[in-house]
Design a protein around this ligand. Structure first.
Ligand code: DAH
Length: 337
C-alpha cells in the first residue's frame, strides 16, 4: 500500500534541496523516471483487485500530477536563475571602445604607376619586366655606354661586384626584351631603380617607366604623338608640351620633354625656376648601335624609346615638394590620395 503522505513529504524536501537543473533531474528520475517510485506504483495497479485499484490509482495519479507540476515550476525557477547568472558573468560593457583596424589604401606611387600603365595599354603597349639586380652589360654596355664612358657618371651606381649592379634605370629591359623577341614591338617596363643619391628630390630607390617601340618605319613624329597623348591624359588636354634637344648614349637624336608649368601656368615660379617649363622625361630614336648589340638590322628597323621618373610625375601631379614624403610612411600624408 502506498503512503502518499510520506512520499509527498520526502519528495518536497528533496525538491527544495535541489540547487541545480542536474540535481532536479535526479529527483525527476527518482520519482517519475522509467524505474521511478511512482512509475512502479502505477505498474503494480494492473495486478490489484478492482476495488483497491480505484482508490489506489487515484492517490498515485494525484501524487504524480503534483510531482510533475512541482518539478516544472522548480525547473523554470532554476532556469531563470541560471540564465541570470550567465548574463551577469558574460556581461560586456558596450560603451568600451572597440579595437580599431586601420584600412589600408593604395600608395600614391602605385596609383600613378597604374594610371601610366592604363594609358599606354590603351595605346596598344604591352608590359615587360626585368631584374633589379642587373649585369653591367645590360645597364650600360649594351646601351652604348662602354666602360669608362663619361655618361656613366650621370648615374651614381650601387656596385655589387665589378659586373653586377643595382640597375640605375629601366632601360636595360629594352635590351633584354629585344634579345628575346623580334620586331614589331611596343611595350613599357615599369619598375624600381637605384642610385646612390639622397636629398629633397632624390631617394636611393625610385621608380621609372621605360617605353620602347620598334618596327620598320617608326618615326620621331610617332614618338611625339605617343608622348603628347600620354601627357594630355596624365595631366590635362591643355597641357603644353615641348621637346628640347638633349643627349643619351642609347638614343640619337635625343630629347628631353617638358610640360608647361602646372603651378604658374607658364608665368614662371619657384618650382619651374622661372622658366615656365617642367622637365618630365627623356626620349629619342633608338641609336643604331643599340640595335646592333641585339642583332637587329638598323638598315631595316627604327624605333623610339622614352623613360620617365614616377616620383617626379606624382610630385608634379599632386604638388608635392619633397620626394622623401613618399617613403616615410606617415599615414597623414598617405591618406590624402
Ligand atoms: N634611362 C634614362 C635615365 O634614367 C631615361 C631615358 C632617356 C630613357 C631617354 C630612354 C630614353 O629610353 O630614350 O636617365
Amino acid at each position: 500500500m502506498i503512503d502518499s503522505g510520506s512520499i509527498k513529504k520526502t519528495f518536497l524536501d528533496e525538491l527544495k534541496a535541489a540547487a541545480s537543473l542536474s540535481e532536479l533531474q535526479q529527483v525527476r528520475i527518482k520519482y517519475i523516471g522509467k524505474k521511478g517510485l511512482l512509475t512502479a506504483q502505477l505498474k503494480s495497479l494492473s495486478a490489484m483487485p478492482a476495488e483497491e485499484k480505484r482508490s489506489f490509482g487515484k492517490a498515485v495519479n494525484e501524487l504524480k500530477g503534483l510531482v510533475e507540476s512541482e518539478l516544472a515550476s522548480k525547473e523554470s525557477a532554476l532556469g531563470n536563475a541560471d540564465l541570470k547568472k550567465r548574463l551577469e558573468s558574460e556581461a560586456i560593457d558596450v560603451t568600451l571602445q572597440g579595437k580599431y583596424t586601420p584600412v589600408g589604401r593604395e600608395h600614391p606611387i602605385n596609383k600613378v604607376l597604374r594610371e601610366i600603365e592604363d594609358i599606354f595599354v590603351a595605346m596598344g603597349f604591352g608590359i615587360e619586366d626585368g631584374p633589379q639586380v642587373e649585369l653591367d652589360y645590360y645597364n650600360f654596355e649594351a646601351l652604348n655606354m662602354p666602360r669608362d664612358h663619361p655618361a656613366r657618371d650621370m648615374q651614381d651606381t650601387f656596385y655589387i661586384t665589378d659586373d653586377v649592379i643595382l640597375r640605375t634605370h629601366t632601360s636595360p629591359v629594352q635590351i633584354r626584351v629585344m634579345e628575346k623577341k623580334k620586331p614589331p614591338m611596343r611595350f613599357i617596363a615599369p619598375g624600381k631603380v637605384y642610385r646612390c643619391d639622397a636629398d629633397i628630390s632624390h631617394t636611393p630607390m625610385f621608380h621609372q617607366v621605360e617605353g620602347l617601340m620598334v618596327d620598320a618605319d617608326i618615326s620621331f613624329s610617332g614618338l611625339k604623338g605617343v608622348l603628347e597623348t600620354f601627357i594630355h591624359r596624365m595631366f590635362s588636354p591643355e597641357t603644353p608640351v615641348r621637346f628640347r634637344p638633349s643627349f643619351f648614349p642609347f638614343t640619337e637624336p635625343s630629347a628631353e620633354v617638358d610640360i608647361g608649368c602646372i603651378f604658374c601656368k607658364g608665368m614662371g615660379c619657384k618650382v619651374c625656376k622661372g622658366t615656365g617649363w617642367l622637365e618630365i622625361l627623356g626620349a629619342g630614336m633608338v641609336n643604331p648601335r643599340v640595335f646592333e648589340m641585339v642583332g637587329y638590322n638598323p638598315e631595316i628597323y627604327t624605333g623610339f624609346a622614352f623613360g620617365m621618373g614616377v616620383e617626379r610625375i606624382t610630385m608634379l601631379k599632386y604638388g608635392i615638394d619633397d620626394i622623401r614624403l613618399f617613403f616615410e610612411n606617415d599615414i597623414r600624408f598617405l591618406r590624402q590620395f
